[in-house]
Each structure stands twice: as C-alpha cells, then as structure tokens.
Design a protein around this ligand. Structure first.
Ligand SMILES: Cc1cc2nc3c(=O)[nH]c(=O)nc-3n(C[C@H](O)[C@H](O)[C@H](O)COP(=O)(O)OP(=O)(O)OC[C@H]3O[C@@H](n4cnc5c(N)ncnc54)[C@H](O)[C@@H]3O)c2cc1C
Length: 431
C-alpha cells in the first residue's frame, strides 16, 4: 500500500469518526483525529459505573447491522458478537403486559380487536415496504393514526412521541419511524426478536479501532475540541483546536450538525452556507442508570404509558448482556430548553427509581445499589418531514466534508449506520 502524504483531519471520535480514520488508514493516510471529550466513542463511549465498564447509553445490535458486521469481521472481533432472544413489555394502567410478539398484541385487551389487527397489519407493512419517498412528506403521527386509528395511536404510541420529542412530536417524519420499526422488526428469527451485543460492549470495538489507528501512524488528540474551521481556497481548511492551529488538505467532520453550526459561526464562513446547517435540531438525553439487587422484569425493553412518569420506556440491559449485576437504563429525552432538562440528576434518578418500583412493586428502596445519570445534548436529531430535501451538503467547501447521524436518513442514529456512512465517504472521496 502506498503511503499518502496528504494531511487529513477527522473531527469527532465517535463510531463514525473512528470508522473514517480506520478507512483512511486502509488507504495509506495517517489521519489526525480531534475529539472534544476525554475519551473515545462519542455516544457509544463507556465509563466505570460502580466497578463495571459499561456504555454511558444503552446499545444493542440488530441482525441487519451489516456495516457493523463487516467491520468486526475485518478487525477480528466477529467472535465477540453474542445474540440473545429478547422480550418486550408494555406498562399500562399500572400493569405490565407482554408486548412485541404476535400473541401478546392479539391478547392485549386494552384496545379493541380491530385496533390490535390494525397494529399488526401496520407492523407487517413496515417490513414489506421498500420505497419510503412518500413517507418523507407526511408526519409520523398522521401516518400512525391512519393505520391504527385514534385509540391505537393514543394508547400505543402517543407517549413514545411526547416523551421523546415534546413540542417537535408533530413534525417527525413517517419515513423515520418506518425505518425504526423495520430495523427492529427484521431483527427476528422465526418471529422471535434476536438482539446482539459485543462481549465487552462497544468499548471492545472502540479500543480495537484506536489500536489499529495508532499502530498505523494515526494521531488522536483527546480533550481537544475544534473551535474554528477556516476553508482554504484550493481545498481543505485551517483548523483551530483547543491547543493547536494547523492546515489540512482534507477535513472530515463527524460531529453533530448543531455543534458544527456553532463552529462555523465562529469561523470565516458565509452566512448563506451556515443557514443550511441551522435547520438541524437535536433532542438531549439524560440517561439514568440503576444497579439493583433484583431483576425488574424479564424484558429487555419495556414501553411505558403512565402519566406519572415522563419516561417512554426502560431498557434492562442485563437481560441482554451478561453483566453479573442487574443494570437498567432509564432515558429521559427532551429539548434542552425544556424545564425537565434543568432538573438535577438526583431528581431524575428518583423519578426513574419510582417508575421502576411502579413496574415491579416487589422492589424496596434497599434494592437500589447504585445510580448515576449521563447527559448528551445532541442525542437524537429531530427528523422532520421533507428532511431529505433540507439536508445540507456533504461537501460545502472543497475537501471539507460534513456528516453526522442525520446523513443516513431515513435510518435512525446507530453504530452500524455511522460506521457505514463514514467508510463510504472515504471510499468515495479518497484515492
Ligand atoms: C440513549 C442512546 C441510546 C442508543 N442506543 C443505540 C443502540 O441501541 N444501538 C445503536 O446502534 N446505536 C444506538 N445509539 C446511537 C449511537 O450511539 C450513535 O448512532 C453513534 O454513537 C453515533 O456515532 P457518531 O460517531 O456518528 O456520533 P457521536 O457518537 O455523536 O460522536 C461525535 C463525537 O464528536 C465529538 N465532538 C463534538 N464536538 C466536537 C468538537 N468541536 N471537536 C472535536 N470533537 C467533537 C463528540 O464528543 C463525540 O465524541 C444510541 C444513542 C443514545 C444517545
């Protein structure tokens, strides 16, 4: 392989930034990676929670995460992938129901039999539908109401939207929700949900990529956010980071678009171009993690429709991954200007614990061993109708590429999708 002398900078070291750097290494470049955080991994980063190295935010993989599998195969990690038959639940009117399977939906007598059949037909339609262009133009809520009726939407879906997108709920595109339902729906063997995880979580992948990048001449700067990107006339940019100013022949930014917009505003960038980036809005996530002495349920995922809690669902990670502890993630999604975001971690932890105790009344306060709350301001992009038309350019200036999780629309943010997009970008634009 010919070593390339071009200077290439990658901004952000989440799964996408690391996949970009890895692909550059394969092509003979020695990229420089700038990461604002003090660790690699972005949303998929891990931390020490009460002696356990786990992800700050829950992560599972689906049977159709092909870009993820290809990468694991190449770097020798496929053997670390595990699969498990997982179950879903639905907590409604103070009772925990089975959910997610054909029989559980058919036996859910809190909605009419007609609604149950409509729900199943809609799920089937999501699996068979291929062309999503018409869904890009309509709102997810209208689409769901059309399929399920008002009763079905109100009981089965409304809270999932309201407690994720709040005032943006009505703007979400049907194409986005379709791709989410399809991804999970296709992660089934003989109709039973099968979800995957890496033996040591996402950390395994992040560590391996870091090693490959560093061993092949790549340089990683941690705790070193990029502050300014000033395009150079013939291509590339001068980058100003926390402690370095340098020029690069090519720059690939993988950071969330709202953050890039702020950097553009601090740089010599035309207002007209910045305007295209300003349209992307993101929802924050304050994700509570609880360690308990007992199982809450036997489900991996439990959807919640309960007015007492602003929680769309809980994820019982230890029912997927072997962790030698009972670990539950309770995500609170919300816009950062929502009053709930100002609530302290302690208040959110209390709300999460109250919710978990409502789901399993056998739990007592002494069963809560440990708790914490991690926050990410740009956890979930608000994917509005006609999103495709409004996406900014991937290369707004010569040899400056700007991508993030919204660029694989209509797919939802995901590790596999970020890896796939990052690698394709390099394959298509670098010799
Ligand atoms: C609660 C939650 C649950 C999730 N569950 C799943 C799941 O089950 N399965 C799945 O596949 N995916 C899941 N995801 C999504 C998955 O984590 C993301 O799709 C993936 O991590 C995106 O990677 P990325 O590299 O594109 O972006 P990010 O992970 O957002 O990485 C961007 C990086 O850029 C850095 N950065 C920001 N500003 C600057 C700057 N100025 N200079 C330098 N660096 C900067 C950030 O610190 C960050 O490390 C989940 C996410 C969340 C929040």
């Amino acid at each position: 392989m010919r070593v390339k002398s071009d200077k290439v900078a990658v901004i952000g070291a989440g799964p996408m930034g690391l996949a970009v750097a890895y692909e550059l290494i394969l092509k003979g470049y020695k990229p420089e990676i700038f990461e604002a955080d003090n660790r690699l991994g972005g949303m998929a980063a891990s931390f020490n929670f009460d002696g356990l190295e786990i992800e700050r935010y829950y992560h599972f993989h689906c049977l159709n995460d092909y870009a993820f599998f290809d990468l694991l195969d190449e770097i020798g990690l496929k053997k670390e992938l595990r699969w498990k038959k997982t179950k879903m639940g639905f907590f409604y009117q103070n009772k925990l129901y089975k959910w997610g399977s054909l029989s559980s939906v058919l036996f859910f007598n809190k909605v009419s039999i007609l609604t149950r059949i409509r729900y199943l037909l809609h799920a089937l339609r999501c699996l068979t539908k291929k062309d999503w262009n018409n869904l890009d133009k309509i709102s997810a809520i209208d689409w769901l109401k059309n399929w399920l009726g008002k009763e079905g939407y109100n009981i089965l879906w409304e809270k999932l939207f309201v407690y994720k997108f709040y005032n943006f709920s009505g703007t979400i595109s049907a194409a986005w929700i379709w791709s989410r339902i399809k991804r999970l729906g296709r992660s089934r063997k003989k109709l039973i949900e099968n979800l995957g995880y890496l033996n040591n979580g996402s950390l395994e992948l992040i560590n391996k990529l870091e090693k490959i990048i560093k061993n092949n001449g790549g340089v990683i700067h941690l705790s070193n956010p990029i502050l300014c990107i000033n395009p150079i006339k013939n291509g590339g940019a001068q980058l100003k980071s926390f402690n370095k100013t340098d020029s690069y022949d090519s720059v690939i930014s993988t950071i969330p678009i709202p953050l890039l917009t702020k950097i553009f505003k601090a740089s010599r960038i035309n207002r007209r171009i910045i305007k295209n980036y300003e349209k992307t809005i993101s929802i924050a996530c304050a994700c509570v993690i609880l360690k308990t002495s007992k199982k809450i349920t036997t489900n991996f995922w439990t959807n919640i429709n309960d007015d007492r809690f602003s929680i769309p669902g809980i994820v019982e990670m230890s029912n997927l991954r072997e962790l030698n502890a009972h670990i539950i993630y309770v995500p609170f999604y919300m816009p950062t200007n929502h009053p709930n975001y100002l609530k302290s971690n302690e208040i959110l932890i209390k709300e999460a614990w109250d919710c978990v105790k409502a789901i399993n009344p056998n739990l007592e306060d002494k069963d809560l061993i440990s708790s914490c709350c991690n926050r990410y301001k740009y956890a979930q992009p608000v994917i509005c109708t006609e999103y495709k038309k409004n996406l900014p350019s991937q290369e707004p200036f010569k040899r400056i590429f700007t991508v993030d999780t919204t660029f694989y629309y209509p797919e939802d943010r995901g590790i596999s999708e970020s890896i796939g997009l990052g690698r394709d970008l390099v394959r298509n634009n670098f010799e």
